[in-house]
Every structure is written in structure tokens, then in C-alpha cells.
Design a protein around this ligand. Structure first.
Ligand SMILES: [Zn+2]
Length: 491
């Protein structure tokens, strides 16, 4: 087995086998097994429930290695509860409600887009989890698709399975034997997509495959965006014995580096232990726990199987969203996006919002795309702006003002920054309070006239002086034209 050479950089690439597990949160209104909202918007918990968990032998009569390991750590769990976002189901004090049909439908769409076989019935199963991240001690999961594939570089990448499951509670901190979780994430629907064994690919290829799975899922327009909404695990082995699972890669862009680092680490070891490792922010990893055994699944007795009728499935198939390859072509043809910009927006979390805006507002698609791609990234990196505070409504209002020529595109960064810092404001109020509305021609004439009178400046210098006063509020071409016209009378 040898990695195919895809250029000089790959020449010394060590062959490896890997498998991906990608978890993607679905953007439904309600959780998977209860009526709670999936917004995760509440900042402050309304209370804390304290529990201690004990591993229970599963109905198959075994407690696996991973469970025992967690048990030995003997910890206490604090569960934060939130208004509208947690209920008795989340606390495991009420049986689960029937599976949220909205979530099932999105999961089926993704399974079909990945060419999976769809089972005639969906069975809810329990998967033992003893790290406290599920109050019940298990996670509910159901297989929605098997044996699919996606096309990548003239090959078919095998997709082993797609499951619909409930997300676990999010960990806040762990100190002095107390683990604090927030329960608002518990029960948010997510799909887990598992690839078959990937062999003969470079780390960059594997990263591209992960991106492609993300793009296919996003094409439903029904997945959540932001940090932590897509998480992936990768299993890697360089030798027949010894498999390592790397858990929790949150940024798809570092996956190739993570794989490269792990391949090197394993090559430097005499024997590779079967274990789960957590990814550090720098792309290296640390030991988390032994790799879980396989006796972890048993049927959920509180919920009957769901029969997937032929007509129901046929309807979903008929209404499948446009494939991402078609979308890419259309973005170039109809929206006149460059190939690079089109590919970037397809990968972006803002894909569906981008489409909504360019379909409803008369504004240059490339301007919208670069706002989502570069402006937001700049604000985040350079000014530490929390762009996740910005809502769909903020963006829709912003581009409406741009289309109406109430503001200029040069003003976008400043408006977005202020809106993200005080997200309760509406965009109209931000524009007003920052005084970033476009100047009328007579207002602009007044400013030009003042500069020319006071500064006795040359036309060239006057343009600079005027621009520094009106940046973001006047079209530079118009400033140049007015200065040119008006400077004649001040000579
Ligand atoms: Zn709930």
C-alpha cells in the first residue's frame, strides 16, 4: 500500500489508513426527543442539577473497558439548565418524545445525497456513554443510511453509515472531580457520517473529502453554523496493528496537519496502543482514554421503530436540493463568481444565507460573498469581533440597505463590528448611531466646499482630505468628480 504521488510534496508521504466520523448539528426548531428549542442562545443558566453516575452493565451484560475507566475516575456531575432549552427529558426524568420528523427528514436528505441505502425501518438504539455528557448514561442514535459513496477525484469514497442522533451536553469545565456540563446542547439533533476505510489518499485529500461531506450536508440549507456545529473524529493507523482515534477536530482546515502529525507520532513508536486522543488547538494530540469496545448498543425500549413508507421516501427524493457540483457551476454562470469565490462560499457556514440574500435582494453577489468570507474573517482575526453574535436578520437588513444605496460597501466592516458588539441593536439603528448613512449630493458639496475654502488645497490633496471625512458615506468616484468640478471656482 502506497500513497499515490500527487506532486513533489507527497513524495515522502508515509502510507496510512484512516476513517472519518463527521458530526453535523441540524438546524431544526426543536430538539430530537423533546420540544426544547435548539437555539443555545441563553447565556446564563437558571439552575444547576447535581448528579453522580454509575456505569450500568448494558443489557448485553458487559461494561466495556472505556466505561470502567470512566467509572474509576469517580466524578460528580453538575448540569446547568436553561430557560426554554432544557426540560425533564433532558434531565432523564421523563421518557423521550417521538423522533422529531423535521430532523428525520433532513437526515434522510443527506443520506440520499450521499447515495446511501435507506432502511425500511428506523430503530432507535441506546449507545452507552459514561462520561456524564448524557444524563441517561446513554446516547440515542438511529441508522438512517448505509453503504453510500461520494465522488472525489474520479474515485468513489465509501460512506459506511449515516446516523441521526442526539448531541451530548457541552462541557464547561472540569475541576476537583466536578464536571460541569450545559444541558442546552443535549438533544440537539445531529447526523454522524462515517466513511469506510480510506486508503491511498494524502492528508490533504482526506481534508478535502471532509469538506465535501460538509458541503453536501450544507446543501440542504438545514445545518447549524458556527464553532462546534461540525466536529470530526479521525481514526488513523500506519501499521496493521494499533488504531488511534483522534477526537474533536473542530476546524476542518487543520485536519491534514492533524493527520500528518499523528502519522509521524505513530511511526516513532514501537507499539501503537488502541486509544482515543483529544486534539489540542495546535493540531497535536493528547491521551484521552482507551478506545471503547464494541458492546455498547442496545435497543431503546421507550420508542417503537419508525416505518419509512415508499411514498414518504419518494417525496423526499423528488425534493432533494441541487447537488453541490451543479451549484458550483451555477454560481459561476449566473452569479458571475470566480471559481475560487464560488468554492469558498460553498464551504462556508453562510452558504444558505448567502443564497437567500442574493435571491431576494438586488446586490452584487461577489460583494455579499466577500463580506461573508473576508470581511467577517478580518473582523474576527484583527479586531477579535465575535461574529457569531450576528444574526441572519442583521445580514438581511444590511444588504437591503446596501441595495437601496443607503450605505456603501466600504461601510460594511464598521457596521458589522458595531452590530456584533451590541447584537441587540437593529442594523438601521447601528447605521444611524455610527452616522454611516450615505451623504446626499448637497451635503457632500458642502463638505467639499468647506475643505477647498479652508485648506486652499490642490484638487489632489482635497480629495484625500474630503475622503478622510466621509469615508464609508460617499462614493469615492463622486468625491473626485465634485472636487474636480468645484475646485475650478476656488482657484
Ligand atoms: Zn428538552
Amino acid at each position: 500500500m502506497r500513497a499515490r504521488s500527487t506532486g513533489q510534496r507527497e513524495e515522502r508521504q508515509q502510507a496510512f489508513k484512516c476513517g472519518l466520523e463527521i458530526h453535523i448539528q441540524l438546524d431544526t426548531r426543536r430538539k430530537l426527543f423533546c420540544g426544547c428549542a435548539t437555539t443555545m442562545a441563553e447565556k446564563e443558566p437558571t439552575g444547576v442539577v447535581v448528579r453522580k453516575q454509575h456505569p450500568v452493565a448494558s443489557e448485553l451484560g458487559e461494561i466495556d473497558v472505556a466505561a470502567q475507566y470512566e467509572f474509576l475516575r469517580d466524578r460528580v456531575f453538575h448540569y446547568q439548565v436553561f430557560r426554554n432549552e432544557t426540560c425533564l427529558v433532558d434531565l432523564d426524568e421523563e421518557p423521550p418524545h417521538p423522533v422529531n420528523p423535521e430532523a428525520l427528514q433532513i437526515a434522510l436528505q443527506i443520506a440520499m445525497l450521499l447515495n446511501c441505502d435507506i432502511p425500511p425501518e428506523v430503530h432507535v438504539m441506546r449507545k452507552t456513554v459514561i462520561d456524564g455528557s448524557n444524563t441517561a448514561g446513554f446516547q440515542r442514535t438511529m441508522v438512517v443510511g448505509t453503504s453510500g459513496f461520494l465522488s472525489f477525484k474520479d474515485r468513489e469514497v465509501p460512506i459506511s453509515y449515516l446516523t441521526l442522533e442526539e448531541d451530548a451536553a457541552g462541557i464547561i469545565r472540569e475541576e476537583d472531580g466536578i464536571v460541569t456540563y450545559r444541558l442546552n446542547r443535549l438533544g440537539v439533533p445531529l447526523v454522524e457520517i462515517g466513511t469506510g476505510l480510506l486508503e491511498g489518499y494524502s492528508p490533504e485529500d482526506v481534508q478535502e473529502i471532509a469538506y465535501t461531506i460538509g458541503i453536501i450536508s450544507k446543501s440542504t440549507g438545514r445545518v447549524k453554523r458556527g464553532i462546534g456545529t461540525i466536529r470530526q473524529d479521525v481514526n488513523i493507523s500506519v501499521r496493521p496493528e494499533g488504531r488511534v482515534e483522534l477526537k474533536g477536530v473542530q476546524d476542518l482546515g487543520v485536519l491534514s496537519k492533524v493527520i500528518r502529525t499523528e502519522v509521524q507520532r505513530q511511526l516513532g513508536l514501537d507499539t501503537v496502543k488502541h486509544e482515543t486522543r483529544a486534539i489540542r488547538p495546535d493540531g497535536t494530540s493528547e491521551f484521552l482514554r482507551p478506545l471503547p469496545g464494541s458492546a455498547r448498543m442496545y435497543p431503546e425500549t421507550d420508542l417503537p421503530p419508525i416505518v419509512l413508507g415508499k411514498d414518504f421516501l419518494a417525496k423526499i427524493r423528488r425534493e432533494l436540493p441541487e447537488s453541490w457540483t451543479k451549484k458550483l457551476e451555477r454560481f459561476a454562470r449566473e452569479l458571475k463568481l470566480s471559481d475560487q469565490l464560488a468554492r469558498q462560499i460553498l464551504r462556508s457556514d453562510y452558504l444558505s444565507l448567502f443564497e437567500k440574500i442574493v435571491n431576494s435582494v438586488d446586490v452584487e453577489p461577489s460583494v455579499v460573498a466577500s463580506a461573508f468570507l473576508s470581511t467577517l474573517k478580518d473582523l474576527e482575526k484583527r479586531s477579535g469581533v465575535k461574529v457569531e453574535n450576528l444574526t441572519d436578520q442583521h445580514f438581511e437588513d444590511l444588504f437591503k440597505l446596501l441595495a437601496e444605496k443607503t450605505i456603501l460597501k466600504e461601510a460594511l466592516p464598521e457596521i458589522l463590528k458595531d452590530a456584533a458588539e451590541r447584537p441587540d441593536q437593529r442594523i438601521y439603528d447601528v447605521v444611524k448611531s455610527l452616522n454611516l448613512g450615505l451623504l446626499t449630493e448637497s451635503e457632500l458639496r458642502e463638505i467639499v466646499s468647506r475643505v477647498l475654502k479652508k485648506e486652499h488645497a490642490s484638487a489632489e490633496k482635497a480629495v484625500g482630505l474630503v475622503m478622510s471625512q466621509v469615508r464609508g458615506r460617499a462614493d469615492p468616484q463622486m468625491v473626485i468628480a465634485l472636487v474636480k468640478e468645484m475646485s475650478k471656482s476656488y482657484r
